[in-house]
Design a protein. Sequence first.
Length: 184
Amino acid sequence: MLDVRELGLEGLLEIVPKRHGDARGYFSETWNAERFAAAGIDLNFVQDNHSYSAAGGVLRGLHYQLPPRAQDKLLRVLRGRVFDVVVDIRRSSPSFGKWSGLEISAEKGNQILVPKGYAHGFVTLVPDTEILYKVTDTYSPQHDRSIRFDDPAIGIAWPSLAGDFQLSDKDRKAPLLAAAEVFP
């Protein structure tokens, strides 16, 4: 059983799988192709990625892959909490350049489905945060792109801890949306 909620941008969903718990802990089915397809989410995931961040304030993103290697992503937090951000990068979309944010945590067990055509990123809200995400195409360096996390044209309202983000060189040097190669 899934609780599925739209997040204001086309195809962007929060998914909360049911947890079955007792005194020992809980069990949750985080991916089941048949159940997800019955909920209108029919995807073929081909790669799982696991990300660990030692500190709070680690920002990763905004990342995406261009066609023909674009990826849908299903992301969940195994330990810790993140503020997850998605930006519409489809030039033909009425919501081009708009963003949506959602806190995802191990405690809540929620997930976010990020469709192709969106840039994705997150900032860790606590130390020792682990994330697992499924993608519908494998990593392709030739199609990999980034957009600046602090692009004023997008105006993402990152959490207040954001004053001292830890960024990779790739993310620090990413272009603004206006100069980025994006979806048609």
